[in-house]
Design a protein around this ligand. Structure first.
Ligand code: FMN
Length: 149
């Protein structure tokens, strides 16, 4: 299994999502032999697109290879939210998950899962509970992968 581990949070050691991605990758690595590539997009951001003729050609060539490569991909998105959007009064304001599913589906990736810690800005205990629940969810990925393997 090849894992591309991306972190994007700007909050460093305080980051909840970084805790979640680390746990997910740890569990996936336990479930099957894995090679992991890591990129911290906060420290090492992607460059802006520069549409010189050479960049255009390289971009077109890489897009041609995209769909067949990505079909076998599974994406696990680890997110952390101050409020709660998976249910309740704020559910209509969840513009993240539907958007990400759509973008990944457009690229050919239909296996998209979300590990989310919600309500982390609603008090210390609520934050702790949310992190524990999300970490337990992250652990279940390793189990399911191991059973499936
Ligand atoms: C500038 C800023 C805007 C935020 N906006 C929202 C928001 O609209 N909804 C929400 O649920 N949480 C919001 N949050 C809270 C973050 O989602 C939360 O702190 C999360 O844990 C950040 O991820 P991290 O811990 O991995 O850095 C915001 C945080 C910051 C700093």
């Amino acid at each position: 299994m090849r894992i591309l581990h991306l972190d994007s949070s700007i909050t460093g050691d305080q980051s909840v999502s970084r805790q979640l991605t680390a746990r997910i990758v740890e569990n996936l690595g336990r479930s099957a032999p894995a090679t992991t590539s890591y990129r911290d997009l906060a420290k090492d951001p992607l460059p802006h697109f520069t549409f010189t003729p050479e960049a255009k050609a390289a971009h077109a060539a890489s897009l041609e290879e995209f769909p067949s490569q990505l079909k076998a991909w599974r994406v696990i998105v680890a997110s952390s939210r101050g409020g709660t959007y998976s249910n309740g009064a704020m559910a209509d304001f969840d513009f993240q998950e539907a958007y990400l599913r759509t973008v990944f589906r457009f690229l050919g990736v239909t296996d998209v899962a979300f590990v989310r810690a919600e309500g982390v800005a609603t008090g210390t205990e609520a934050k702790q509970r949310a992190i524990e629940r999300a970490l337990a969810h992250a652990d279940s990925f390793g189990v399911r992968q191991a059973v499936a393997a």
